[in-house]
Design a protein around this ligand. Structure first.
Ligand code: DQA
Length: 149
């Protein structure tokens, strides 16, 4: 069974208590459980990883780039959190692994929020984008990966 990485960036470990009016009340553990259940339905083995450190996220993208080339991974669903709006390094990591389909996912509709959230360094490197569907967006992104890639 091919692997799919569900990758979460900074502050997403605080889901459940962090700004519930923006992000809802589901915890990261709840979200990861939803993703594993969706993976079972779609025929993927889902690995979940969260870090507040940019380099750890980059290392994980590199690892999955290698797995993708070996035919062992199908893709990645990635919520880069605030690094979305700042990180050329994450853009370069996705471009650098060349091929791994990455679906960028945001819980909130970033375009309806502050202007500094309107630009994403990740989007030009992403295979698709899911924005504003709450935590259900992770499942929609996994379904998109199954259909598109
Ligand atoms: C977010 C949106 C980002 O702007 C923010 O910094 C986050 C979460 C979202 O899922 O809506 O941490 O990626």
């Amino acid at each position: 069974m091919k692997k799919v990485l569900v990758l979460n960036g900074p502050n997403l470990n605080l889901l459940g208590t962090r700004e519930p009016s923006q992000y809802g009340t589901a915890t990261l553990q709840d979200v990861e459980g939803m993703c594993r259940a969706a993976g079972e339905r779609l025929g993927f083995e889902v690995e979940c990883f969260q870090s507040n450190w940019e380099g750890a996220l980059i290392d994980k993208i590199h690892e999955y780039g290698r797995l993708y080339k070996e035919g062992a991974a199908h893709g990645c669903v990635f919520n880069p959190g605030a690094f979305t709006h700042t990180s050329v390094a994450l853009h370069d990591a996705i471009k650098g692994v060349d091929g791994l389909p990455v679906i960028e996912c945001h819980i909130s509709n970033v375009h309806a929020r502050e202007s500094f959230r309107h630009h994403s360094y990740v989007s030009p490197a992403a295979a698709g984008i899911v924005i504003g569907f709450g935590v259900d967006g992770y499942v929609l992104a996994l379904e998109g990966l199954a259909r598109k890639c």
